[in-house]
Design a protein around this ligand. Structure first.
Ligand code: FAD
Ligand code: 2HG
Ligand code: ZN
Length: 477
């Protein structure tokens, strides 16, 4: 054991330290298996004070720190580099729910609590924590806040940034900033909290958070509609807000290619409609007001049925089913949530987590598809995502049977074509997955000098030794 590792051990003990190669391996590679790094040790503190002591030691020894939660990130932000002196600081032992304030609609948690645990604790208290995404069974709230995660309910509740009131953060010098304030209004100078949300661990380590809660929905309706085009999907959503009395909580678009991959690779899934169609919309309406109460006798399912009936008459919907039970709703959601897993099983792919204004989706989609197939004829576009907030996963699956190295030779041409188009549309090259390691060069290319200068100034001021997740998000020359 080196002296440095022995000093880490003195802080976190046996349970908080992993130094053997086999034990370290899962923390050194990312979910997509794009990267495999090295680390002096995996450090797993149990308290904020232990995190602070580890950070102080690293600052003194000039060892860089890669914070990590559930390690489900899509951009390589939580993976250490192949070379260099780094530790992985995993927050997963800090997994306690500290308080639920039912009256104030808040929950105070440690950073390593798994998202699903938070959702369940909220539901047990008759409340809702609305962040919801495919990795919810293993991602942590610290990772969600650090990536400003999106997911499937952003159009109604906002992204992770909108779901948090207060934070506790260990700063790069090991000082603890206690910003655990449960305040909805607080205009006392610069908003420090917002700096750390979406910073991907480059400015400090989030150790605790006060989250916002909402009333638990008591009435739900889930529909699966075949639509003729993305244009129809956007129109369907546009009038659904009023038809649902502002209760649209999800609106997801999927192309047929993704459905075929899910049906092929994910056991237990089945096509809900008799015929195949090019595009599908999964819509969820939910309300805290129970059906059959007062003038809400019809309930959301009846309202949705009437709405989809009208949409069919207008040609916006070609065929549709509405879930009659929770199990049917879950089966429809499984078709959507398994796109990422099915794509991984199918083989190499390139992800483009883009956003444009919702009204620009209809022209963007066909232009983007043409640009992708022009960049690599024979590639398989895989388009799906959160159309309700303008965020599509405009992904590209390799031609069948291609190896990753063969496919990646075309990566820059494909991604460049999509990102140039997104930029021409005034959109974003990373809507929800962050920059991490995978898009550092793209950020430099597509953001203005002014923006990059301000980001670098912030990074230099807050992390002068560049030890907090270096080389991620923004390069410091
Ligand atoms: P990690 O992967 O461990 O880390 C992510 C980044 O945050 C890294 O840069 C890391 O250094 C930093 N970090 C982690 N914890 C802390 C901390 N406590 N303090 C400071 N920095 C920290 N994302 C979406 O936005 N929407 C989706 O719909 C979505 N769906 C997904 C579906 C699947 C199947 C998978 C595998 C991933 C999906 N993701 C999605 C991506 C991912 O789940 C999210 O980015 C998630 O928020 C990451 O959380 P994590 O705990 O796994 O973080
Ligand atoms: C989702 O919306 C995730 O399912 C992952 O953000 C998207 O695999 C992807 O590109
Ligand atoms: Zn997504």
């Amino acid at each position: 054991m080196t002296d440095f590792v022995a000093r880490l051990h003195a802080i976190v003990g046996d349970k908080g330290l992993i130094t053997d190669d086999q034990g370290k391996h899962p923390f050194l590679t990312d979910w997509r298996e794009n990267y495999l790094g090295t680390a002096l040790a995996i450090v797993r503190p149990a308290t904020t004070e232990e995190v602070a002591a580890v950070v102080k030691l690293c600052a003194a020894e000039k060892v860089a720190i890669v914070p990590q939660g559930g390690n489900t990130g899509m951009s390589g932000g939580g993976t250490p580099h192949e070379e260099g002196r780094e530790i992985v600081l995993s927050l997963t032992r800090m997994n306690r729910i500290l308080e639920i304030d039912k009256v104030g609609y808040t929950m105070t948690v440690e950073a390593g609590v798994v998202l699903k645990t938070i959702q369940e604790a909220a539901a047990d208290a008759d409340r809702l924590f609305p962040l919801s995404l495919g990795a919810e069974g293993s991602c942590t709230i610290g990772g969600n806040l650090s990536t400003n995660a999106g997911g499937v309910q952003v159009l109604h509740y906002g992204n992770a940034r909108n779901l948090v009131l207060g934070l506790e953060v260990v700063l790069p010098d090991g000082e603890i900033w206690n910003g655990l304030r449960a305040l909805k209004k607080d205009n006392t100078g610069y908003d420090l909290r917002d700096l750390y949300l979406g910073a991907e661990g480059t400015l400090g380590i989030i150790t605790k958070a006060i989250l916002k809660l909402w009333p638990k929905p008591k009435d739900h309706a889930t529909s699966w509609s075949a639509v003729p085009s993305p244009q129809a999907a956007v129109e369907l959503l546009s009038s659904a807000y009023a038809a649902s009395e502002d209760n649209v909580t999800s609106c997801e678009l999927m192309g047929r290619q993704g459905i075929d991959l899910v049906l092929q690779h994910i056991a237990g899934t089945s096509d809900p409609l008799a015929d195949k169609h090019d595009w599908y919309v999964l819509m969820e309406w939910s309300s805290a007001r129970p059906a059959s109460v007062g003038d809400n006798a019809a309930g959301l399912r009846d309202k949705m049925e009437a709405y989809l009936g009208e949409a069919m008459e207008k040609g916006l919907v070609l065929d549709a089913v509405i879930a009659q039970t929770e199990a049917q709703s879950k089966a429809l959601w499984a078709l959507r949530e398994n796109h990422t897993e099915a794509s991984k099983k199918e083989g190499p792919s390139i992800k483009h987590d883009i956003s444009v204004a919702v009204s620009k989706i209809p022209p963007f989609v066909p232009e983007g598809l043409a640009a992708m197939t022009k960049a690599l004829p024979g590639c398989r576009p895989l388009v799906f995502g959160h159309v309700g907030d303008g965020n599509l996963h405009f992904n590209c699956q390799a031609p069948a049977g291609w190896s990753k190295p063969q496919f990646m030779q075309h990566g820059d041409a494909i991604s460049g074509a999509i990102y140039d188009l997104v930029t021409a549309y005034g959109g974003s090259i990373s809507a929800e997955h962050g920059i991490g390691r995978i898009k550092v060069h793209e950020l430099e290319h597509y953001r203005t000098k002014i923006e990059l200068d301000v980001m670098r100034s912030l990074k230099r001021a807050l992390d002068p030794q560049n030890l907090m997740n270096p080389g991620k998000v923004i390069q410091i020359q």
